[in-house]
Design a protein around this ligand. Sequence first.
Ligand code: GLC
Length: 551
Amino acid sequence: MTQPGEIMDDPLWYKDVIVYQLHVKTFFDSNGDGYGDFAGLIEKLDYIEQLGVNCIWILPFYPSPLRDDGYDIADYVSINPLYGTMQDAKNFIKEAHRRNIRVITELVINHTSDQHEWFKRAKAAPPDSNERNYYVWSDTDTKFDDARIIFIDTEASNWTWDSTAKAYYWHRFFSHQPDLNFDNPEVTNAVLDVMRFWLDIGVDGFRLDAIPYLIEREGTNCENLPETHAILKQFRAALDKDYKNKLFLAEANQWPADVIQYFGSGTDECHMAYHFPLMPRIFMALHQQTRTPIVEIMRQTPDIPESCQWAIFLRNHDELTLEMVTDEERDYMYAAYAEHPIMRCNVGIRRRLAPLLENSRPRVELANSLLFSMPGTPIVYYGDEIGMGDNVYLGDRNGVRTPMQWNGDRNGGFSRASFAQLYSPPLMDPVSGYQVINVEAQQLDKSSLLHWMRRIIRLRKQYKVFGRGTIEFIEPANRKVLAYIRRYENETVLCLANLSYSPQSADLHLEKYAGKTPVEMFGMEAFHEITEQPYVVTFAPYGFYWLLLEK
Ligand code: GLC
């Protein structure tokens, strides 16, 4: 029996949860200073619980100059005072656990802020000293020049000159984010201490930010190197040695064949990794009205070890990245989803889910039906459950990080601060502004997207097949229809989706299941029986079905 406040003892919990991603700053401001905080987040836990998600991923909340929204960390073991105190953070974790909601945080270890004490010390220390060697230095800016630049909008090189150290330092992201040097075992030990610090406080796992870039080697692209995997294995060993039921989630924006290396043997690296290539292909399939991009990428996705899991998502706090598509596909995606250049950011598109799908409720529902039924653990980005919009004029990726819209009051109910004090203006436009799109209104309206999201989340949680099952594609002649069978133990579900804006019909070859009567899972109504003949299904525009074949 688990006690109140104690989470279920299940080492594979991450296969069955639904993750809700949020930034403390953006969620709810309890003290009226214009920034969301941990106390505000605790106040809103009822809302999160009612949504039905059972794992919260919180973005970095540490002291930081906030030049990369907190991914530029100045101190790994404190709380940014804007968001509250360490006690507030502990209370939040306790309150979440009391509701059986797990909490995962970030281990941003590839780099620190240039304001971190380690970097200040490194600059001042003599060359070749242990302190200096916490970071990666060079006398020239020409080393490792096969490594690509990731933030192409702002950076021209991965090296920046430091006039105190009189040397160049290496950075894969912003120039104010020097990369830590994992060839120095002291760095690994220091970062392991950070990991243990948060585990002791009670977090359930970590998203490992920017993990492919830990180690650099001349003549390589400095990504996914065997030495990087060796470091990760050290991390996992330290995790398993002293802790139980914890999680590593790899942020490796790579092709499936490279990502699967982050699962290691299944028990010696990460438990989970994002499926970055699937995400843009869901958008491509919807725009091209064909299942081909989805089916092809899933075909190229190797099987993963039994204990491992994909993390799947439609949108997140970054640009919709187009790194894992071909050049042609990227041009297509820009033309289809970012017709105005201001919508583009680095190699991607800085827009939220609802505006990407032209605020079409059927399209948003269809995309979510894929998110909740493809193999993996789904992640919902805060605000997408009510169809929040974006503000592409805010610069960098800030347009998808605006305050949560709670009601139609001042500042959308997010904060009592004066408007000018808010960390960001809330959305106020006539389509997506808080007067139109907000939680309170959608709670009152039983046909709202929010109620629909609660229903699909509740449904998904009733069946283990979605998180744990195999996938097998069925290929009807009509390519506008995506069809797949999910199967786990005694549960078999047939998922069908019309990717087109017009009504469709498809003949499905389901002879294997002849004699069975599919049951539509939202309404639990029986469909006609499957026979040896093709099974004919008709669809409304963007219609989808989850049909239970066996339970
Ligand atoms: C990750 C984060 C992104 C951040 C970058 C550098 O990719 O998702 O938001 O800017 O790391 O820290």
